[in-house]
Design a protein around this ligand. Structure first.
Ligand SMILES: Nc1ncnc2c1ncn2[C@@H]1O[C@H](COP(=O)(O)OP(=O)(O)OP(=O)(O)O)[C@@H](O)[C@H]1O
Length: 127
């Protein structure tokens, strides 16, 4: 592996990290998604979920955060090419927001399937 490739890799990683930080700073929803993701991971650790459940939960969290990052990228491009009001610009943002909604609903469904029976069992022991 040459020096050029090494530099290219670290530069690319740095640029991707810069993009993530920008999304974190500018998108209020990103903070919520990351917070919810950390909560889910903590719950998975606490309830000692199976290896398969870990995989599904991590995939769900990745889908939500990844779609939020893509949504943020699309908003930047739309604002760049169409800073003024335009129905298509608005629709493009709405469609991208729809993708985030789909992955969020999917994650909620997965979370319910994994945690609801455990939560129900815990609640029935307490009450
Ligand atoms: N240039 C535009 N022309 C028409 N409508 C727009 C335009 N920009 C934004 N909108 C409308 O306003 C909504 C919010 O856009 P904004 O750029 O504020 O994103 P946001 O509040 O960060 O959205 P999100 O909550 O999805 O992250 C869009 O979904 C769209 O309906």
């Amino acid at each position: 592996m040459g020096e050029y490739q090494k530099q290219g890799f670290w530069r690319s990683l740095n640029q991707a990290w810069r993009g993530l930080l920008h999304t974190w700073r500018t998108q209020g929803h990103m903070k919520f998604h990351v917070g919810a993701g950390i909560g889910v991971l903590f719950s998975a650790w606490w309830w000692q979920v199976s290896r398969f459940e870990w995989l599904i939960l991590i995939a769900a969290i990745g889908c939500v955060i990844g779609s939020e990052v893509m949504n943020s990228a699309l908003e930047i491009v739309v604002d760049m090419v169409q800073p003024d009001f335009h129905p298509l610009a608005g629709m493009a943002k709405d469609v991208a927001a729809g993708a985030v909604l789909v992955t969020t609903i999917q994650a909620i469904a997965i979370g319910l399937i994994v945690f609801f029976p455990r939560f129900f069992l815990l609640a029935s022991k307490i009450f």
